[in-house]
Design a protein around this ligand. Sequence first.
Ligand SMILES: [Zn+2]
Length: 500
Amino acid sequence: MKKLISLLLALVLCLALVGSVSAQEAAKPAKYVFFFIGDGMGSPQITATRYFLGTVNNPDAPFPVPAELSFTTFKSGGLMTTYDSTSFCPDSASTASSMASGEKTLSGVINYDVNKERQFKPITEYAKAAGKKIGIISSVSLDHATPAAFYAKVPSRNNYYDIAVQGLTGDTIDLIGGGGYKQPTGKEKDQKDVFEIAKENGFTFLNDNDAIRNLKPEDGERILMIAPDLAGSDAMQYEVDRRRINKEGGDSLSLADMTSSAINYLKDNEEGFFMMVEGGKLDWACHANDAVTTMYETIALSDAVQVAVDFAKDHPDETLIVVTGDHETGGLTIGFATTAYDTHFNYLDNQIISYEDFDKRVAKLREDGASFEDAMAVVEECYGMSMEEGKELSLTASEIGRMKDAYTMSMLPKAQRVIGEQESFLYGGYEPFTVTSAHILNNKAGLAYTSYAHTGLQIPVYAQGVGAENFLGFFDNTDIFFKFMSAMNLTPDIVKTASK
Ligand SMILES: [Zn+2]
């Protein structure tokens, strides 16, 4: 009996030891930290993309099947509020500052308090001081608000040149890449261009696909890499256009390509890395009410997250991946007045172009003085919608009327257009023929936008890996900073307060 008791005691002791070891392991700080931000990506964008992919991949299914994205299977997550100091419809500058630095501020302000006097300290500075390498990737220009909040402090997000210079002359960034610079030269005559500044500060500049794809740690002390085929506003191509370009024999880099190269460059470091990857064009597509382009941007972000998920498979006890949005854009929702309980997401597969590239087609139509019929032939080619009866995407008489009104406005030179309340409501400042094509296709599929601006929806947060349990529940965007700090076992200089 005594023997049995001592055996049992030994067993209990063993179990307790195992328990404490695993508790210690759970408390191990995250070595490799990924923070993915879909700009303008709320729950509707993610959900719509899941149904879109599920529909396209299961054409014979009698009901909509939601496909999983790389991050929608993550085991931890939550929902966060995104309001800023003055608005529940915040912008990317205040929201990125809140997530990067743990404090609220005004829209348009990057890492300054509401009085534009006191500077915030972004998480990248703490991570760098702790020995981590820092990577910043964005599909939009590198001086844009979201990436800027992870390396710059400026009273206005429009100080593009100052943002770029701070990033390149500061000692936080090891690698920055994706889009280009919106304002590579300063306004003063004696201000150097940012590429010269990059060189002086030890950056190796990569601007071709092979060099970016094959990036190795020995390629330079610090890396600035910019996709060579930039689209409008010095951003990378829209994913829907990139896929079309590559299908036609082109070679356009994806956000996943950029992420993969960044990992290869940063991973061989004893303390690991902190990497922020932004899918920045989701937001722009939502401003333009272009649902298909939005969903392809969401897919591009999901593909980039997949690269991190694959990396984490080799480093399961050391990697943390967090995916979220900064705010919702466009008031996108699933369901529309005329489709009620029906959805026809298969229609969306007919759109092969972003609003930005379609605008170029509209400009050409205007230049050529094209007829309405000629213009509608281009709509059929790019969106699948037809004036002929009996087709899958035949337009109704009232839809043709809306297209005709939009065509009339779009064929006028911009200076001659009269934009009243009604036109602002219908077109939101976008090319009327383009935005009307998107609206009609969205509505036919069972989707709609309520705004051309940001909204105040709460945003889902997905987390996986070491410290992912920190991101469970309902919280504010300022908490993201503290949750990352805790996952990396770092101590913030600021105290989290209820008002923040
Ligand atoms: Zn926006």
